[in-house]
Design a protein around this ligand. Structure first.
Ligand code: MG
Ligand code: MG
Length: 251
């Protein structure tokens, strides 16, 4: 069942989204060679609580931290650790959720650590741009397959691949609601979009093979070939016209 949010609920989604977005800015500002992913997670945790919100990921399915922090070939669900130190040239994905008065925001960005390779910058850029391709179809009357097709088509035409084992999703009172939003699909197929749906659209893009595996920690998803991966996610509200980005304070 899809949940259609009324204007009051959308207002709360905006508040949750704003806190989520600002938590990502806190993380971005903390990133430097030598910092551990645990320190970044602690800053995110403190910021979300200071805003009167709750870190959505903490304890979700048993996840032990407030943010998923994934480095280089790690795709998603990296567990923050004092043993994981960022180095110049790394790319780091930070995925954050904040729940405010019962509603969740969910957003992710990929940041370079210091100076990174041109290929890494291109991967980050293509991933972000594939999200904005998807946004052209995140409108009432289009279908989930239109979004997935837009992402995959853009990514493939740039020589990269999309992760197929993990997908975007509805977001609201629950962190993960229906429908699933794959980053691949057939135009005109899948669930229809309605005004008032709130969706987490999140391209995960690999430099090499689309194939991934889960590490022995049971959480961290990594590329099968060890090549880089990037992630870009916003929570958005579907309307009759342009979608509203709920987790972007800079746009
Ligand atoms: Mg997320
Ligand atoms: Mg998500």
């Amino acid at each position: 069942m899809f949940v259609i949010k009324n204007s009051e609920q959308l207002a709360l989604m905006r508040r949750a989204g704003r806190i989520t977005a600002e938590a990502l800015l806190v993380a971005r500002d903390a990133i430097r060679p030598g910092i551990s992913t645990k320190e970044i997670d602690a800053k995110i945790h403190r910021f979300i609580e200071k805003c009167g919100a709750v870190p959505s990921f903490l304890g979700y399915g048993g996840f032990p931290a407030s943010a998923c922090i994934s480095v280089n070939q790690e795709v998603i669900h990296g567990i923050p650790s004092e043993r994981v130190i960022l180095n110049e040239g790394d790319i780091v994905k930070i995925d954050v959720g904040a729940r405010f008065r019962g509603y969740n925001g969910d957003s992710a960005r990929t940041f370079p650590v210091g100076k990174v390779s041109d290929e890494a910058l291109r991967l980050i850029s293509v991933t972000e741009r594939s999200f904005w391709e998807a946004m052209k179809f995140a409108k009432a009357g289009f279908r989930v397959g239109d979004i997935g097709f837009a992402v995959e088509n853009f990514v493939i035409s740039n020589g990269f691949s999309v992760v197929r084992d993990y997908v975007g999703h509805g977001v609201g009172k629950e962190l993960h609601e229906e429908p699933e939003i794959p980053n691949f699909g057939r135009a005109g197929r899948g669930a229809r979009l309605y005004s008032g749906m709130t969706l987490a659209i999140e391209p995960m893009v690999n430099a090499g093979t689309h194939e991934v595996k889960v590490r022995g920690d049971g959480w961290t998803v990594v590329t099968l070939d060890g090549k880089l991966s990037a992630h870009y996610e916003n929570s958005v509200a579907v309307t009759e016209s342009d979608p509203i980005v709920l987790t972007d304070v800079e746009k």
